[in-house]
Design a protein around this ligand. Sequence first.
Ligand code: 13P
Length: 260
Amino acid sequence: MRPYIVAGNWKMNLDARSGQSLASEIRATLEQTHPGGLVRVLLCPPFPLLPSVAEALTGSDIGLGGQNLYPADNGAFTGEVSAPMLAAAGCSHVILGHSERRGYFGETDAFINKKVRHALAHKLLPIICMGETLEQREQDKARQTVETQFRGVLKDIDGDSVGNLILAYEPVWAIGTGKTATPKQAQEMHGFIRTLLSSTYGDSVAQSVVLQYGGSVNADNAADLFAQEDVDGGLIGGASLRTQDFLSIVTAAAEAAKRT
Ligand code: 13P
């Protein structure tokens, strides 16, 4: 059975001290209320915060993830960070192909594919983001867009590796806008991605891939989203910076996990 996974993408927020406090608070709250066990929780802070957040999470069940990487072990790549560096900082996961990276930094599916392969080679599990813009949705090109991204970012990656991945459907129009996909829209796209997985890698791989939804998930809408058959958790931006909101989202995932 697939686990539910809720990841907090802190984006470019907080500093070493405030990030450590937030991580400690989230840890204490989760340990107190025990919604864990059924849900895997990850925190993905900016690079300079990784050591202080790792320290706050030592000995807990909460995992750590990076927000990006460059696909080389080391070298003259000013401003970049490699998979071995993330792993050494305590990361088990890394977010790749986020729409903010695609949009602001021109990342292509081919480049994201290199990053995915680099991450896997270093035993970091990628959370690969895909999703359409509002314009693409309005032109009825949402599925086509997601299928192109799916095939591009997963090119030449074998089924065994794909089975361990997390794919995050993040419609660009829903990110940071307060405009969430309806549970029906989320399920439609997640179901479609599951079908793509099944036709490309077979049903057992398709059934093992965790499909997160991301885009304005909050304490009020999380339960309805997670109740959908193919929504296996969330990639949370703004609400992951507020302990109570994040806790409500994790609790919603735990409730959904209990029902499956
Ligand atoms: P928001 O939850 O702030 O909309 O961000 C979603 C996101 O981009 C997570 O990666």
